[in-house]
Design a protein around this ligand. Structure first.
Ligand code: SF4
Length: 433
């Protein structure tokens, strides 16, 4: 049901209790500015969503009586974490106090209250249900962890996926592996050739925030990779095995091991899809993986403008143009190409970014955009990459619609598609998997 009036702003008492302030309507942030949110862009906060109190920050709202924008002085600002498969159109709008701590690596979406419900400006971009919070039965996960560790007692990767990923980080990909379904992770690289400001597996000592995961501490062997992935491809519904996870560095630095693993996997099974999530830094290595049998690639990026990409990724020994080249290479081999697009309202939907993205889609033959809300403190991010002015913006909803009109074959989503979608009916009925 779409709203007819704006929801009210929320605030927290600083002890984790959240209230609505009916004297103020909620607004949204784009770049450095606050804007009224069109009511048709709100959806109810989806299941699995969470609320954050933003210590040291005062929410900005529109006065219900005067229509003026002003601060909510009743408590700290509140933002929402919008669950996977959804993309946020606006960041929470607030004024940051001088002693406010840097926020951890989550996404901070605007959120309001209306008719006893929470509302967020967002849209569902993915019908695949692989990370629905309601879909995880912890008993099944524990049973899988026990059974598969027993089946592969000497496999360091299976032990890492069990003890760290599934049981400590609660990684949905690892938990799906232990339930025997869908996408199975293959972390492989302890090192990286980039230094992303918001890296989720490594944060420098002098940074005030910590990475939500630790990086893998060993280099897996071909045997360790093949041992558990072939049975997964053979038995799981809609099976995918994916190199490149949040608990490692850059998998392309291990390309020789990955190449041998792909060849060995395909010697045992032709089922499913072999995918790599990567920063796309080494097109030559990508070529070698395509020749070995790689089916799809997902290149992560905060922007398709070199001047926005380089200050964020801070690459050691590659350039922005290399990631574009990697997409072209996979397209040339007939593989599926996606970008893992870190969506930041005000940056992603700037006219300059839109024009650059049209060029990238045309030049690379891109198949899919995975619209991922950027998990980062907005002030910290813009400050670190030196952006004081974001330029003209068009609104994320409009940008997504315009691109769809111009590139009708371009797919939107949130997850790497299985081979059944890549080669068959893309609009599979995921509800009955
Ligand atoms: S490419 Fe990935 S692992 Fe490397 S620094 Fe960036 S986020 Fe971290």
């Amino acid at each position: 049901m779409s709203l007819t009036t704006s929801p009210y702003i929320l605030y927290s008492d600083g002890n984790g209790t959240i209230f609505e302030d009916t004297s103020l309507y909620v607004v949204g942030r784009s770049g450095w500015d606050a804007y009224p949110i069109p009511v048709e862009e709100f959806i109810q906060l989806p299941e699995g969503g969470q609320l954050y109190e933003l210590v040291g920050r005062r929410g900005i709202g529109i006065d219900v009586q005067t229509g003026e924008m002003r601060l909510c002085q009743k408590g700290w600002a509140v933002a929402a974490f919008v669950p996977p498969a959804h993309t946020s159109f606006y960041i929470a709008a607030y004024e940051t106090g001088p002693d406010a701590p840097t926020l951890p690596l989550f996404c901070y979406t605007a959120v309001g209250w209306h008719d006893d419900k929470f509302y967020v400006p967002a849209t569902r971009v993915e019908q695949d249900i692989r990370q629905e919070s309601a879909g995880f039965d912890e008993v099944l996960v524990s049973q899988g962890v026990e059974a598969l560790q027993k089946a592969y007692p000497h496999n360091r990767l299976v032990k890492h996926l069990a003890q760290n990923c599934a049981l400590t980080y609660h990684c949905p990909a690892a938990r799906n592996y232990f339930i025997g379904r869908w996408e199975c992770p293959i972390p492989s690289s302890p090192a990286c050739n980039a230094n992303c400001i918001g890296c989720i597996s490594f944060q420098p000592e002098d940074e005030s925030i910590v990475s939500p995961q630790d990086r893998l501490l060993f280099k897996p062997t071909v045997e360790e990779i093949v041992e558990y992935t072939v049975p997964h491809l053979e038995t799981a519904p809609f099976p995918i095995v994916s190199f490149g996870q949040g608990c490692e560095g850059e998998p392309l630095l291990m390309w020789e091991t990955l190449r041998q693993s792909i060849l060995e996997i395909r010697r045992h099974t032709q089922k499913g899809s072999i995918n790599i999530n990567t920063n796309g830094s080494k097109p030559d290595a990508v070529k070698a993986l395509c020749e070995a049998g790689l089916n799809s690639i997902r290149v992560s990026t905060n922007s398709v403008r070199r001047e926005i990409y380089m200050p964020y990724y801070r690459p050691n020994n590659y350039d922005f143009n290399d990631i574009i080249e990697s997409l072209k290479v996979v397209n040339g081999y007939g593989g599926w190409t996606s970008i893992n697009y870190f969506v930041f309202p005000g940056m992603t939907d700037s006219v300059d970014e839109y024009e650059a993205l049209r060029t990238v889609i045309r030049d690379t033959g891109l198949n899919m955009i995975q619209w991922r809300s950027f998990n980062i403190d907005p002030d910290w991010y813009l400050g670190k990459i030196g952006v004081t002015e974001t330029g003209e913006v068009m609104g994320l909803k409009q940008m997504m619609e315009l691109l769809k009109e111009e590139f009708p074959a371009l797919r939107y989503g949130y997850f790497n598609p299985p081979i059944e979608r890549i080669r068959g009916n893309y609009d599979l009925d995921f509800a009955h998997q």
